[in-house]
Design a protein around this ligand. Sequence first.
Ligand SMILES: C[S@@+](CC[C@H](N)C(=O)[O-])C[C@H]1O[C@@H](n2cnc3c(N)ncnc32)[C@H](O)[C@@H]1O
Ligand code: SF4
Length: 375
Amino acid sequence: MIDLFGIYIHWPYCASKCPYCDFNSHVAGTIDHDRWAAAYQKELEHHAGLTDGRMVTSVFFGGGTPSLMKPETVEIVLKTIQKLWPAANDIEITLEANPTSIEADKFKAFKQAGANRVSVGIQSLRDESLKFLGRTHSAKEALAALEVANDVFDRVSFDLIYARPEQNLKDWEDELKEAVTYANGHMSVYQLTIEPQTAFHTYHARGDFKMPEDALAADFYDLTQDVLGGAGLPAYEVSNHAVPGAQSAHNLTYWRYGDYAGIGPGAHGRLTLNAQKYATRGHRAPEIWLEKVQGDGTGLHPMEEINMQQQCEEALMMGLRLNAGMDISPYKDALNLEKIKTLQDEGLLELNGNHLKATQVGMKTLNSILSYILT
Ligand SMILES: C[S@@+](CC[C@H](N)C(=O)[O-])C[C@H]1O[C@@H](n2cnc3c(N)ncnc32)[C@H](O)[C@@H]1O
Ligand code: SF4
């Protein structure tokens, strides 16, 4: 078993706030980049003290919009990681980027700083939809940024959002078929969700737009599987598609319930220390996180032990998202096998020995499967 250990770095700033997004992202006037670099260094040192002896298998700069970071900050973070932990030979280092020309101009510098993979937030290839989603780029600009990304990096992924209001299946099929021609091994394709406390939540509640009914959303999902599967990018997770071998090592660490350090405001981590699994969480507000790191040497809230029942729940919530499924042997005592049998009889789950996976039909109703098994 590979001893997975990822490091997630959260950059909490964006140029503007998208109305659908509930990530910990903020629009700031001025940013003190040197202060951020110093705080990341200090928080990494704190984590190195906890995780002595681990080997880093992946690093992920997420946000917010990490492509707004100075490449120098990325370099400082990566050099610090290199100094504190041994790294796997095939370490994957991803940076999330927004596709504006200003950011594309920095791709080379991010590569020089040590990133070897980029994930670009294209979201749509239709200008009308980009406008609706509150994006500041056009489809043309997004494709230009993707071209730069493909020139600079060997490994490129991009994100799309579907099941948008007014979208029909034919429109999505055309857009997705066009998108796949730009793919370089990996795509993340998310169904639009209306999250509480977002501007879309307010607009939707007051009737500004209607979301697709469940049956249509399921058809969008099936169509996505067919088009991307047919193009050689089958799903390996509910929303993630890759040619074999190009899966994201960092995200697989989450879904396989491996360990990861969460560095930055609001970042979550999971660390196994002396055979006990812990949940970590950074203070959410960027200013407070910075102050805590500077004052206390860490911006973490107190760590919380995760008991066996909770580990079982978390591992299932993650592992069943994978098309390959998961090994349930560590959780057998905490699981209700009768319920799993019932869902197997209904054609939603498959259990072979200790290996559990959702069927294609089950994948579309994962939330209800999980709430049935786990309550
Ligand atoms: C941290 S966010 C974005 C990174 C980058 N700032 C960007 O906007 O491209 C990661 C991805 O989550 C997806 N996402 C965020 N909120 C979503 C929502 N409410 N519904 C569906 N997808 C969403 C988007 O595709 C986005 O690219
Ligand atoms: S979707 Fe990306 S750019 Fe938009 S607010 Fe969220 S993190 Fe920022």
